[in-house]
Ligand binder design. Sequence first.
Ligand code: NAD
Length: 479
Amino acid sequence: MKHYKQYINGRFIDSNASSVIEILNPCTEEIISTISTGTVEDANHALEAAQASQPAWEALPAIKRAAFLHKMADVIRENRVFLAETLSKEQAKVIGLAQVEIDVTADYFDYNAGWARRIEGEIIQSDREKEHIYLHKVPIGVAVGICPWNFPFFVMARKVAASLITGNTCVIKPSSEAPNTVMEFADLIQKIDLPTGVLNFVCGSGRTVGNALSKSPITGIISLTGSVGAGQQIISAAAENITKVSLELGGKAPAIVCADANMELAVNAIVASKVIFSGQVCNCAERVYVEDRIYDEFVDKLTKKMSQVTVEDALTGTNADMSSLVSKAQIDKISEMVEFAKKEGAEVLVGGKRDEKFDKGYFYKPTLLTNVSQNMEIIQEEVFGPVLPVMKFSTLDEAIALSNDCQFGLTSSIFSENYNNIMRATNGLHFGETYVNREHFEAIQGFHAGWKKSGVGGADGKHGMEEYLHTRVVYAQYY
Ligand code: NAD
């Protein structure tokens, strides 16, 4: 069985902690690897290494930093099958999707490398004679990236690529649930001669390692992708040194289906958005609002489509739509939420329970619920599983109001063939992202950012890259 170590200052080291974290294959419940539990000392050691290497890294022309990002993309592509299998095994991601995550991660490094010649400042007209006002974009210093288990490899790249191209050095804390693929990447980048200390990986619990990284005065920016609870704790820790935070948190995405929608397209897109990685995706459709005139027909079609979803072992299942949930904690939480919804009157049209076809693992059936109402937990709280509650609406204003009646503001969607409906919804929905007539999934050149409790700041594209830059203003007077 493989044992992983922390990667700090260019070396793999076993931390002083006596315990190890055991990583399970969720489909089989077998322990597949261990990793030494990182400590507060490891976190501080990594931050010090990142701090020491930062001035020289910043001094490199951006195009030279970009060359390292291209090399990271290359080593990922050279090892794409191995990395996808590692990812699939550690978190029950169906192998096809795991391969997509690996390939998109390589693209992400190349894409960010492309910003090298485009990190630009501004010169502004002064009100004084013989003066120029210069805005310079400069790196913040040391960036800390704290990652979730659901897209552990891609989210790691979101933080590493954007921080390194902008001249920051970086400490990554992978999720303890799924660190293997990230630690394999740490091993692979040994081959690219990245300057020592520029990129470090410390695995351990959020409360110890994550907290130490968040409250250190060395840290210049903390970028978390995770739950609202972790975001709140990180804001408290960051308050100590008024450290910048960028938080990508949970969601409760509504999908609005108007009577004039292309029904086939809407059914396919909503089911695809729900079952991708077994519904454990922050931007997944989490609730559906259907116009009353087509409600019965739509629900019939949705029932048929959800019943056809295939569930298999993530690695060996051929062409499965989804697989096991990531952990016992996850299946217990989802089961409880569905049982509670049933008690409150929800009707189960598909699934609604664990999948008894499997005697090991954390398999939950794709689930469709009706007879739900706006104030029920299943409509208000993030499920993060393959459970879709459906409600009716009669006017678009009502659908927009129901969608906005929620603590989260990450993603949303509208299905309609009517221009006015689309324009009204895209302007009225209080969400960082709205998808029109397509499944919920963002692009690397977009901007992935939650409103309300879904976060502050954002990732991807130009604006995501700029999160990692300070703006310095110089008032240059001359005689
Ligand atoms: P989580 O909050 O449990 O953990 C995320 C990371 O935060 C882990 O590395 C964890 O160790 C760390 N952490 C936890 N408490 C911490 C603390 N006090 N200080 C510092 N670090 C701490 O989330 P998860 O279960 O891994 O992921 C699922 C959640 O992430 C869902 O809510 C999902 O919606 C969200 N998510 C959001 C996005 C997005 O882009 N908005 C993307 C993926 C996942």
